[in-house]
Design a binder for this molecule. Sequence first.
Ligand code: ZN
Length: 187
Amino acid sequence: MSEPVIDLHSDDYFMGEALRQARTAFDAGEVPVGAVIVRDGRIIARAHNQVELLKDATAHAEMLALTQAQEVVGDWRLTDCTLYVTKEPCPMCAGAIVHTRIARVVFGTADPKAGAAGSAMNLLQFPSLNHKCDITGGVREAECKMLLQEFFAAQRLADKQGRTQKTDSGEDVPINGERTGLPPRPG
Ligand code: ZN
């Protein structure tokens, strides 16, 4: 009689681990993006966005995970690794992913404005670069997207309340819902 096999190699499972990282970021007031790197069916790096904590715009989940993985592997080449990330990598992270020669990138929710894995641009499969990654998008997309939406909704509400408190004239000053003219926060 064969035992049921838990498929620890499935994309859903590893994206679940990336989602745990994203929730840790959420709880810390960081844009909720998480990443894990898998080699031979084993997680060798886990990281979440730490831009605010480290006051470092380059401290995206993928960048921190890549550094960890390179330390574990003992090489800058991560040719037999898969990176799971809850949001489509930005151009900076995609550039780093190509430099480390990650074999495959799996992401949750796409980023139409800045995604560099095929949405706004495709740096992971850029014709003239000497390394190209396999890409799988949309894994546990709804959960990954929901977390980001919740975060930004809460942030907008906090901004609005902050502005209301600063209004000491006693008048009910209307506030525009969106912060116009400001770029989105880094993720
Ligand atoms: Zn990034």
